[in-house]
Ligand binder design. Structure first.
Ligand code: SF4
Length: 180
């Protein structure tokens, strides 16, 4: 099958620990099957610089913590048919949202000013402007499929992606649960 006829597949890493992508890599030899079934058009796992148009499936790891994250999500939602909240941080905000109860200002002060840095200062260049609160993906854009788990197991990811590629709606809650 030519690359043009294959479903176009992407993954995105927002504010997570990359553990969900590591679990994705744990699919081991099924990655070869997947590579034969899809065209990987964007991912931190491949060398692509811009998110393209007309993507069929996008897995999104991580919570939404910055204005830059929102911009990315809006663009990706507009360009993706089936958008998947991939892992507990994407589904609930989970670990990155642990800063929420303290407030952004106090967290920045603790990290950048009260630490033992040689020149304590809050960065205002290069670092994306943070949101006051970290939120899950569905608070910003419509999500089509949720895969809970911290991280979701490779078996779960394989089952969900496999069902979608077969044109079926996966029964995700039969496969995993939060924190699994
Ligand atoms: S869900 Fe767990 S493994 Fe995935 S990014 Fe969040 S903390 Fe890491």
């Amino acid at each position: 099958m030519s690359e043009r006829n294959k479903p176009r597949f992407a993954t995105l890493w927002l504010d997570g620990c990359s553990g969900c992508h590591m679990s994705f890599l744990d699919m081991d030899e099924w990655l070869l099957d997947l590579a034969g079934q899809v065209e990987v058009v964007y991912s931190p796992l491949v060398d692509t610089k811009a998110f393209p148009e007309n993507v069929d499936i996008t897995l999104i790891e991580g919570g939404v913590a910055s204005h830059e994250d929102i911009e990315k999500l809006l663009k990706i939602r507009a360009r993706t048919k089936t958008l998947i909240a991939f892992g507990d941080c994407a589904v609930t905000a989970n670990v990155p949202a642990m800063r929420n109860p303290f407030g952004l200002e106090a967290v920045m002060k603790q990290v950048y000013l009260d630490s033992d840095a040689i020149q304590p200062q809050v960065p205002n260049l290069i670092v994306p402007q943070l949101l006051d609160r970290v939120v899950p993906v569905h608070r910003i854009v419509k999500v089509d499929v949720y895969i809970p788990g911290c991280p979701p197991s490779a078996r779960t990811i394989k089952a969900v992606v496999g069902e979608l590629l077969a044109g079926r709606q996966p029964d995700v809650m039969a496969l995993t649960r939060f924190g699994a």
